[in-house]
Design a binder for this molecule. Structure first.
Ligand SMILES: Cc1cc2nc3c(=O)[nH]c(=O)nc-3n(C[C@H](O)[C@H](O)[C@H](O)COP(=O)(O)OP(=O)(O)OC[C@H]3O[C@@H](n4cnc5c(N)ncnc54)[C@H](O)[C@@H]3O)c2cc1C
Length: 295
């Protein structure tokens, strides 16, 4: 097995162009497990750890450009203000050791339906995009087009993830996950939720309950419609139990889970409706408080 260790981003792109089958490694928290268990035997490994800019982020006030290798621990410490949903999701990943090494770029590279970053990224809005780069140039892949199958993403063989672009939160966001224990656990199912008062939309993301991470489109449209029709964005007034219940139902209907060792499809559907109702209620309570304190 060849071991490629580029010292810069340009060298990394050149190496990937020359060896498209080379497996990138960032934190290694997925890759090393796969190598140790002989799930993969790549002809070459492309170690990205010397490419320092991958571990940097910037915020222009509207969008955070999150370097692919920024570890979860730093997202929690440094980005819980602009990216509250992603920071909450990061809290639930693995253990302190995994959060010190694991990254959103690696979560996207693995594209597991159970990856915890995905529901938060989907909920953060349709403008979230993955910055994919190769020697041919840069393209922005909308997050909704990134996941194409079980553990498959839309990167070309010569492309690497440079960063993820995520709009700065303009309203409350939440993330909730069910596992078989409290820590170090792959999600039985997970749900990300965000209110976007600036453009009157809501965001959702379903994890571990479909072949790919996905949003609950009908639930988003239903809730945004109710909020607009009843003037609730302006008043921050009570949602009412019927709206909360219907939102949960629509989230449940958006899932297409399977039975597996972690849980049954029926349990996942039920749990998602609960997570959806909870996260909506938490966010709406926070939003109402914001509106009332600004009045
Ligand atoms: C004990 C344990 C607990 C875990 N718990 C969780 C959990 O709770 N939630 C969760 O979501 N995950 C969990 N994971 C999985 C893993 O930690 C995450 O998926 C993490 O985000 C991977 O990031 P990484 O930087 O370590 O990726 P790596 O292992 O380095 O790479 C993962 C994949 O992404 C590709 N890749 C990496 N960087 C790039 C890049 N820049 N461009 C293109 N492709 C790239 C790699 O080739 C590989 O296919 C756990 C893993 C372990 C071992």
């Amino acid at each position: 097995m060849e071991f490629l260790r580029p010292a810069s981003w340009d060298e990394a792109l050149a190496a990937k162009a020359e060896h498209p089958a080379a497996l990138p490694v960032s934190g290694g928290t997925d890759v090393m497990v796969e190598l140790n268990f002989d799930v993969r035997r790549p002809s070459a490994i492309l170690d990205l750890n010397r490419v320092t800019e991958l571990a940097e982020w910037s915020d222009d006030g509207a969008v955070v450009r999150l370097g692919a290798a920024v570890p979860y621990a730093r997202i929690i410490e440094e980005l819980s203000g602009p990216l509250p949903g992603l920071a909450l999701a990061a809290h639930t990943v693995g253990s302190p050791q995994i959060r010190n090494r694991g990254s959103v770029g690696g979560n996207l590279g693995a594209a597991s339906p159970a990856g915890d970053a995905h529901p938060a990224l989907l909920a953060a809005g349709r403008d979230v995009s993955v910055e994919a780069e190769s020697v041919r140039g840069t393209r922005l892949i909308p997050i909704d087009e990134f996941y194409v199958g079980v553990k498959r993403n839309s990167l070309a063989p010569d492309e690497l993830i440079r960063a993820v672009r995520i709009p700065v939160a303009d309203g409350p966001q939440q993330f909730s996950k069910i596992g078989t224990r409290n820590a170090m656990v792959i999600a039985v199912c997970a749900f990300g939720f965000a209110l976007h008062p600036k453009d009157g939309t809501v965001g959702t993301g379903i994890g571990s309950a479909a072949p790919t991470p996905r949003r609950a489109v009908a639930a988003e449209e239903y809730l945004a419609g109710e909020l607009a029709a009843r003037g609730l964005w302006e008043s921050g007034g009570l949602l009412g139990p019927e709206v909360v219940r219907r939102f949960g139902e629509l989230v449940r209907e958006a899932a297409s889970p399977i039975d597996d060792v972690r849980g049954t499809a029926a349990y996942r559907r039920h749990a998602l409706a609960v997570l959806a109702r909870r996260t909506l209620t938490w966010c709406w309570n926070d939003y109402g408080k914001q509106i009332r304190s600004a009045a």
